[in-house]
Design a protein around this ligand. Structure first.
Ligand code: SIN
Ligand code: FE2
Length: 226
């Protein structure tokens, strides 16, 4: 499952002390929340499913329309996968690398996303797409809006696994000042409604070693795209 090969994939899981942490909710905006540690109780069930998805659709570095190679490795699962190449950004039902449909969205991804969305004030979230981002040290994601989806009524649910990262959460304009939010293993960010089109990004990942995931951060972004 790794974009590198160090570190066990499916061992370790969560400790009792993780489960004893009270859920902490941080407000980023009127309709955006960080749910601290929300995914910790799901990680044990989630990692083997992630392994299976990545065995069928491995991480790859895609090209932007401008001709740059993204530093983040990408994969997807669900009915639609987000892709980019020289001809643009889009959602596709087919993995361009294998020419087969993307792996199905695992039920546990769906359930976690629905529960997180509900906890953040968006009941009934039914994602049809999960983008999987792999950050190695130095990889980053520049400020962007998620706007390739057909309609913006559903929220974005974004789960962090592995090494910590600094998430930038900006405004509706690229030039608006961004908040810097440290995202840790198990944290979930949800934004939607009036905050749905806010700019966001990730600063270059610092080197480190996570006990479960090794030298990387994996982010799952669940969306309703179609
Ligand atoms: C993204 O916006 O595609 C990624 C966000 C993240 O990695 O936290
Ligand atoms: Fe995004």
């Amino acid at each position: 499952m790794h974009c590198n090969d160090d570190g066990p994939a499916t061992l370790g899981l969560f400790s009792d002390s993780d489960l004893q942490q009270p859920a902490r909710v941080e407000v980023l905006g009127p309709q955006s929340r960080v749910l601290r540690g929300f995914a910790l109780p799901w990680v044990e069930a989630l990692l083997p499913q992630l392994d299976a998805v990545l065995a069928a659709a491995p991480f790859r570095q895609m090209q932007t329309p401008g001709g740059f190679t993204m530093s983040v490795g990408l994969s997807s699962c669900g009915q639609l996968g987000w892709t980019t190449d020289r001809s643009g950004y889009r959602y596709s039902p087919i993995d361009p690398q294998s020419q087969r449909p993307w792996p199905a969205l695992p039920k546990v991804f769906q359930e976690l996303a629905e529960a997180a969305a509900e906890a953040a004030g968006f009941p009934g979230f039914a994602p049809d797409s999960c983008l999987i981002n792999c950050y190695r040290p130095g990889a980053k994601m520049s400020l962007h809006q998620d706007k390739n989806e057909r309609d913006y009524s559903a929220p974005i649910v974004s789960l962090s696994l592995g090494l910590p990262a600094i998430f930038l959460f900006g405004g509706r304009q690229r030039s608006d000042k961004s908040q810097r939010v440290a995202l840790l293993h198990g944290d979930v960010v949800v934004w939607g409604g009036v905050d749905r089109l806010r700019y966001h990004g990730v600063l270059a990942l610092k080197d480190g070693h996570h006990p479960l995931l090794g030298q990387q951060r994996i982010n799952l972004t669940l969306r309703r795209a179609g």
